[in-house]
Each structure stands twice: as structure tokens, then as C-alpha cells.
Design a protein around this ligand. Structure first.
Ligand code: COA
Length: 161
């Protein structure tokens, strides 16, 4: 079915955020807490989803949290969030996290897909008024794979996990 909603581009809500690793962010082995990175990922993605929808949203699910390498004191973590898919009431955001070295090169440490659902004050899902303008080849690919991820999530949820 054709999406007749007004559309917003991926760039409209794209967010880039950074954090310098402080003492309070590191655990006993001198590395960044995984939970700290997760909260930064959720915060960045939620801001992106809120910007696209202009609505209140809640986190429905988070896919894939593989930590590729450790992050240490005084290093800079960069998070880049962009919308990949907009359904009726749900929106998917991809967040890529990197460690940026002193030459400005970015080394990937994590990639996550988060789904948010637009809700009323009472917590009931509401339709998102803006579709997604899918223009570039990589945006088309993200959209197609988001449909597969959505299907997998529904199957997982039916199977009880
Ligand atoms: C997310 C939530 C609002 C969905 O409510 P629901 O009544 O199950 O929603 P529905 O079955 O009507 O589905 C609504 C949309 O959410 C999507 N959805 C529901 N559960 C989902 C999940 N676990 N993962 C991803 N998407 C999900 C559906 O695919 C649907 O998307 P669409 O409208 O774009 O097709 C509800 O489960 C909830 O409030 N969960 C708690 C959220 C929360 O507190 N988050 C903070 C964590 S501390």
C-alpha cells in the first residue's frame, strides 16, 4: 500500500553525538562499561526518532549489541544515529558507534538497531504523521533489511523471547 504521509528525509533527523571517556565511565578492568555505551546509544537514537516523529516515543526493542573492542579513559566515542524505517506507529533507528583516534579516523565499536513506538500520554501507540523519504541506494537497502528485521522480531516475540 502506498505511503501517502508527508515524508521527512534521513538527514532531517540524523544525529551525531560524542562523549569523552571519564573515570566514572570505566569499570574495574579500565574499560568503558557496556551499559554506559548502551545508554548513550538509546539516548542518541531516541532523540533521532523524536526529531523524525515530533511525538512522544518509547523504546520497544534493541537489536545486536556486539562490543567489537574495548574503549579506554580519555578516548572519544562518536555515535551516529539515523532513521532506517518508519512503520505505522513504529520507527527504526540505526546507531553506529566508533572510537575516534587523534588523526580523526573512526574505528567501529558497535552497530545497533533500535525500534521506538510513538505513544500517547497513556502509553497507547499512535500513528506517526511523517513517512521516510528513501532516496539513496544505501537508504533503500536499509529499508529492505528493516522489513526483514521487523519480521524476525515478530517471530521472536511469538516464540516468547
Ligand atoms: C512498545 C509498546 C508501546 C507496544 O505496544 P503494543 O500494544 O504491543 O503495540 P502493537 O502490538 O499495537 O504494535 C505497535 C507497533 O509497535 C511495534 N512493536 C511492538 N512490539 C515491538 C517490539 N518488541 N519490538 C519492535 N517493535 C514492536 C509493532 O510492530 C507495531 O509497529 P507498526 O505500527 O509500525 O506496524 C508496548 O509494548 C510498551 O509500552 N512496552 C514498554 C516500553 C518501555 O517501557 N520502554 C522503556 C524500556 S525501560
Amino acid at each position: 500500500m502506498e505511503d501517502t504521509r508527508e515524508k521527512r528525509s534521513v538527514d532531517y533527523s540524523k544525529i551525531e553525538n560524542f562523549h569523552v571517556i571519564r573515570h566514572e565511565d570505566i569499570n574495574g578492568t579500565g574499560r568503558l562499561y557496556g551499559g554506559r555505551l548502551l545508554s548513550w546509544i538509546d539516548e542518541t537514537a531516541a532523540t533521532c526518532a523524536q526529531r523524525h516523529t515530533s511525538l512522544e516515543i518509547t523504546t520497544a526493542s534493541i537489536d545486536n549489541l556486539t562490543f567489537k573492542q574495548g574503549v579506554y579513559l580519555n578516548e572519544i566515542v562518536v555515535l551516529v544515529a539515523k532513521v532506517t524505517y518508519v512503520g505505522k506507529t513504529s520507527i527504526e533507528v540505526r546507531v553506529d558507534s566508533y572510537v575516534e583516534d587523534k588523526e580523526g579516523f573512526r574505528h567501529p565499536i558497535n552497530r545497533a538497531y533500535l525500534t521506538y513506538v510513538a505513544i500517547t500520554r497513556e502509553g497507547t501507540p499512535v500513528p506517526i504523521p511523517y513517512g521516510l523519504k528513501v532516496e539513496k541506494e544505501n537508504e533503500k537497502m536499509e529499508w529492505e533489511t528493516a522489513l526483514l528485521r521487523k519480521k524476525n522480531r515478530i517471530e521472536r516475540s511469538r516464540a516468547g523471547f
